[in-house]
Ligand binder design. Sequence first.
Ligand code: SF4
Length: 698
Amino acid sequence: VGDSRDFDTETESICPFCGVGCQVSLKVKDGKIRYVEGINGPANEGRLCVKGRFGFDYIHHPHRLTKPLIRRDDAPAKGLNVDPANLATHFREATWDEALDAAARGLKGRGREVAGFGSAKCTNEEAYLFQKLIRQGFGHNNVDHCTRLCHASSVAALMENVGSGAVTATFNEIENADVAIVIGANPVENHPVAASYFKQFAKRGGKLIVMDPRGQALKRHASHMLQFRPGADVSMLNAIMHVIVEDALYDQQYIDAYTENWDAEKHHLKDFAPEKMADICGIDAETLRDVAHTFAGAQSAMIFWGMGVSQHIHGTDNSRCLISLALMTGQVGRPGTGLHPLRGQNNVQGASDAGLIPMFLPDYQSVTDPDIREKFTEVWSSDDFSAEKGLTVTEILDAVHAGDIRAMYVLGENPAMSDPDVDHARDALAKLDHLVVQDIFLTETANFADVILPASAFAEKWGTVTNTNRQVQMGRPAVPPPGDAKEDWWIEVELAKRIGLPWTYTDPSEVFAEMKQTMASLDNITWARLQSENAVTYPSLSLEDPGQAIVFGEGFPRPEGRAKFTPANVIAPDETPDADYPMILTTGRQLEHWHTGSMTRRATVLDQLEPEANCSLHPATLRRLGVNPGDMLRLSTRRGSIEIMARADRAIAPDMVFVPFAYVEAAANILTNPAVDPYGKIPEFKFAAVKVEKIDAQ
Ligand code: SF4
């Protein structure tokens, strides 16, 4: 924080935290970023939240990796046992040539024994290069990233029923809506600048319907707050749609013109009368009927959802319901209407678009289609690669345990913190013959590495990123990487050369130009345009078009232009509370901390605001347990136990405990259930059976 007149240079870039994609101006003095201001980007119009404004000084943290590192021959056994103080016991510093040679030696020629986790924090160009390196270099599709842990089920449902995995309208379109549903999302904490638009919408009279098992700050602005039973999403949404059918509130004209399978959906909904569903979902029938009439009666309505919807074994079914609700009421393709899964990481949309997915090449083109593979191998001047869909994040770690995958390249992801049943993930990482980790800090995953490649933060490189709104935006370097750290794209290119690929890229703009050859979504979006305009929304219809904020007004990218209704059945959570584990565990983020905490716990202001691992329970639950806020609790599930400080929060249901997953000292994912949704393969982070016990003071 500093005086706004006191800087040497200012550089426009993009906030590195959430998928809102706020544009920022980075003010540099004496080689360091001193403060950050919001600028007039299409998503933020000058606004920033606490992370964007005060969360940047991790870039200059003394823990930054500044030298390539190679595991010592006499290092202790691999484990979560390295810290900056004992680094030299485990690793020795190396030159770039030595480290890249060592990294490549352990990967080269191993074909299907290799898998890669790319990053939603890196640029589009870096994501594209990463998936290309795995496909071209090893001949298969075992490449994935954290979309598998956040919105894979939403994307599966959108691809299936709408024909496109991205949002149909920007979140800013809420200013043209009368009614909006926000379900399974806590945007005040997780997408704070988007939440400011939601609050403004409510302030000017828009009806905001918030649905979440956990209460939240947006409740104060809501016309309806439905705090439903965890896991009962499908019952509740089907009950609302039942009323829309029963009371003939649907838009027959829209259904006839733009959809298919309506009769099956209509028939399926017969069994979901609100009076039958009320006890199951914990919302009275009258409220369900009122919400159905409010939503269906809107001129224009939007639906926003987050990981409360997607991170269930029925996550795809949850999203199918939301899509059906929008389709039956004709709420897609016009101003103030649309489907919007709020994307989590700053570039999870772009990394997915760029092909960091085991079943899709860039632009969601199927790896199983020979014509598509031929198109890519021509552009890549490469041999054909496997037509088999690759393994997902959790499947890859299972394959390590099975001995089928023995080497990994992990770029900017932290599976040793982020994966469900994280001890299983850590054991897998320890078991690998060879692990290359490319990151800016010694993450928990880097603890298990054989070679560590020091990489660049967002403010140290050029590159494009794509936010939740489909806005492709230009990131620029404000400062150089520290020490010998390098830009990620450069490291990928040098590693690719050493595993035998004829790559000659010298600048990310060349990578972007290649991406445009196979990605129709980037038509009319050029590097030069992004340099001068900062952001262009895809699809863009001409070089002058800033891009289409709303899509699918004239039909969908599916057969005959029709979207599809897919009826959703009720599937119980994988693990329900019982006598041994009587409460419900749910996990998520906090306003101040981002994901596994590797950046925000090293950001001074954010760390001071939230310095300690904590979990939230209802005050009545704490009283029942004989616990005061600030006391320590032991939380146990069938996977393991953690000890963590208790916090009182009236927003939490009495049978529930909320644990943020940013804290290594009380890692929430030691507890979580690895059961996955069958379509999106996303783990059930939002529901597990848990035992909560007071730890008596000694
Ligand atoms: Fe950054 Fe998201 Fe906050 Fe915007 S809302 S400043 S993108 S964390």
